[in-house]
Design a protein around this ligand. Structure first.
Ligand SMILES: *Cc1c(COP(=O)(O)O)cnc(C)c1O
Length: 341
């Protein structure tokens, strides 16, 4: 089986497990876990922010980041395919009273003009006020799309001028950084709050980091505990994340090569399924044409390739450290045959 459902399927390597076993740990609810404290400081600095909060999931880090910026009854504005809107089980509304409106960017690339047309800051007594905008980089369901740097700068300026908060769901910001060479801190500084995940292509078993100002992170720490996310000797997990930054961040470009090779195989046979030139990182989103996504997922699995259905006629393949370029090419040929019918 070649498993391309997600980069979350990666398992800890022997080196990572050794780093976890060697971690110096303490009780993180008392802020006494040295490995957690070190990781929080390291990642905050990497992203150009004052402080970090290590969280069990990216969903929780997004939930806290958005909560810092949006009051109950106000709205968050984001892309129609954003993870915060589609894949967090309505948590922002269910737990924090936050509503959302969306724009449709197709493949995920967002520009300031589109956002300016949607936001309604200080909307007065009759309309919902926009308190924050959320962007995703890379854009997952958009196909691993990298947000162009100039767009991010313009969106950041727009939000600052409009006094609207700006959250980055950077679950795969690492991939954007590797694809563009833009420094992580340059990305981070454009946003009020940023989530990054260690559990995706970086290959850690669990863990995400929320970064922001020290005052924001102090508030988020209380809310994380309220949500049941106060954890104890989490240093074993912080050690895995630190190991991933040292050893797996430098190899993410290999996943981009594998995704491009996979997409080229598919596009060569079924050009309507994917435009190979649009594949920028480790995600390939494909249009299944006349077949349903579930039918394609079933047929591909029967031929040894696991994909995920992310829409009625959309399937996704994600490359990661347990899939070689050769395996990606093999998988691409298999999926091409399935899509060709
Ligand atoms: C995976 C992911 C998250 C966080 O997911 P968890 O499973 O909660 O860790 C957030 N945003 C995007 C874009 C993701 O792909």
């Amino acid at each position: 089986m070649i498993d391309l459902r997600s980069d979350t399927v990666t398992r800890p390597t022997a080196g990572m497990l050794a780093a976890m076993a060697a971690a110096e740990v303490g009780d993180d609810v008392y802020a006494e876990d040295p490995a957690v404290n070190a990781l929080e400081a390291r990642v905050a600095e990497l992203l150009g922010h004052e402080a970090g909060l290590f969280c069990p999931t990216g969903s929780m880090a997004n939930l806290l980041g958005v909560w810092l910026l949006v009051q109950p009854g106000q709205e968050l504005v984001c892309d129609v395919r954003a993870h915060v809107a589609r894949a967090e089980m309505g948590a922002h509304a269910a737990l924090h009273g936050i509503t959302m409106r969306t724009w449709d960017s197709g493949f995920g690339v967002t520009d300031a003009a589109t956002i300016a047309g949607v936001i309604t800051p200080d909307a007065g007594p009759y309309l919902v006020s926009t308190a924050a905008v959320a962007l995703e980089n890379t854009h997952n369901f958009g196909g691993g799309t990298v947000q162009p740097w100039e767009h991010l700068v313009e969106v950041s300026r727009l939000c600052r001028d409009a006094r609207v908060g700006l959250h980055l769901d950077g679950a795969r910001l690492w991939n954007a950084h590797v694809a563009t060479g833009v420094a992580l801190a340059d990305y981070g500084k454009l946003f009020d709050t940023v989530n990054v995940c260690f559990s995706k292509g970086l290959g850690a078993p669990i863990g995400s980091m929320l970064v922001s100002s020290a005052a924001n992170i102090a508030r988020a720490r209380v809310q994380r505990k309220r949500l049941g996310g106060g954890w104890r000797q989490a240093g074993v997990l912080a050690a895995a994340a630190g190991y991933a930054l040292d050893h797996h961040l430098p190899r993410l470009g290999d996943d981009h090569v594998a995704a491009a090779a996979f997409a080229a195989e598919v596009a060569a046979v079924v050009p309507t399924a994917v435009e190979a030139a649009r594949v920028q990182t480790n995600i390939v989103v494909m249009d299944t044409g006349p077949m349903t996504a579930t039918a394609v997922v079933g047929a591909a699995a029967a031929s040894g390739v696991r994909l995920s259905a992310v829409g009625a006629r959309t399937v996704r393949a994600v490359t990661h450290q347990e899939v070689s370029v050769d395996e990606a090419i093999t998988a691409g040929r298999t999926v091409a045959e399935v899509l060709a019918g």
